[in-house]
Write a protein that binds this ligand. Structure first.
Ligand code: NAD
Length: 298
């Protein structure tokens, strides 16, 4: 049993903290929102009155927060209150620069740290099947792995500080771009009188094959489990895709990488969100490509 502080009990954090409790760990959690603290108590998670109180007795501190500035704010307050040797793990999706800054802040106090963002969404958080992609020292990773295994099924050490965030945004840039490409292909097929099923049958076994087509097909029919069959209910919301594409663009600019398709994808998801569709599944971007919303479609 390990004493764990868990900060950030939102859509992802609450079920992740619950899985740590189920695995037999002693969890003391905190969120700024009183309602979420009450909901956590009902799930059997002990709750502190501040993040500082939560970390004081912890061997491991996990944060699951919206953005880089929240992580820096929470770590700034929590690091001075932590036990000697406490391991800090940030599982939020944040910009690479803030992730590296957080590592430096921990290092200044001689505390080990990891950036360990996740993929798998709220379903994966509930089912403890998340994928963790971690950046940091080998020893910190080895110590974190059994804890992360209580919340996920695949734990990958990607490299040094910030490598987890880098892996996350590179993967999601592929996903955002490939979903747009698949959407465009279906819209062109419609114009050419080719059925969705015929395009799927050919492309899914040809060189156009990709996850956006075969697992998350953006038109109803060919893949019954894809969000297109349930009114584009997320899944993975377009707003979250937009967030990750923006982080990828920030990183591209900071590092001098040329990512023109990633830039265009960020713009298209920005337009889709401005349509009021940010809460829809990201595969709904096909409606923007088609030029018609789901509601106005025949
Ligand atoms: P969320 O907004 O539901 O939860 C974040 C929580 O952090 C909120 O409850 C908020 O009150 C709390 N918080 C903010 N500042 C705080 C502070 N100073 N002290 C304590 N608590 C504070 O977000 P989420 O959906 O749980 O996502 C969390 C992170 O995981 C984000 O970085 C997101 O990009 C990433 N992520 C989300 C998903 C998903 O499907 N939701 C998937 C993968 C990764």
């Amino acid at each position: 049993m390990t004493a764990i502080a868990f900060i950030g009990l939102g859509n992802m954090g609450a079920p992740m903290a619950e899985n740590l409790v189920k695995a037999g760990h002693r969890v003391l959690a905190f969120d700024l929102v009183p309602f979420l603290r009450d909901a956590a108590k009902e799930r059997g998670i002990s709750v502190a009155s501040s993040s500082v109180e939560a970390v004081q007795g912890a061997d491991i501190v996990v944060t699951m927060l919206p953005a880089g500035r929240h992580v820096i704010e929470v770590w700034s307050a929590a690091l001075p209150a932590a036990r000697p040797g406490a391991l800090f793990i940030d599982c939020s999706t944040i910009d690479v620069e803030s992730a590296r800054k957080a590592h430096v802040m921990a290092g200044e106090r001689a505390l080990p740290s990891l950036d360990a963002p996740v993929s798998g969404g709220t379903g994966g958080a509930k089912a403890a099947t998340l994928t963790f992609m971690a950046g940091g020292e080998e020893a910190a990773f080895a110590r974190a792995k059994p804890i992360l295994e209580a919340m996920g099924k695949k734990i990958v050490h990607c490299g040094t500080a910030g490598a987890g965030q880098a892996a996350k945004i590179c993967n999601n840039m592929i996903l955002g771009v490939s979903m747009i490409a698949v959407g465009e292909a279906f819209v062109l097929a419609e114009k050419l009188g080719l059925s969705h099923q015929a395009l799927f049958d050919v492309a899914s076994t040809s060189s156009g094959q990709c996850w956006s087509l075969t697992t998350y097909c953006p038109v109803p029919g060919p893949v019954p489990s894809s969000p297109a069959n349930s009114g584009y209910k997320p899944g993975f919301a377009a707003n979250l895709m937009l967030k990750d594409l923006k982080l990828a663009q920030e990183a591209a600019q900071a590092s001098g990488a040329s990512t023109p398709l990633g830039a265009l994808a960020a713009q298209l998801y920005g337009l889709y969100a401005a349509w009021g569709e940010g809460g829809s599944d990201f595969s709904g971007i096909i409606h923007l490509i088609r030029g018609k919303s789901e509601q106005s479609r025949d």
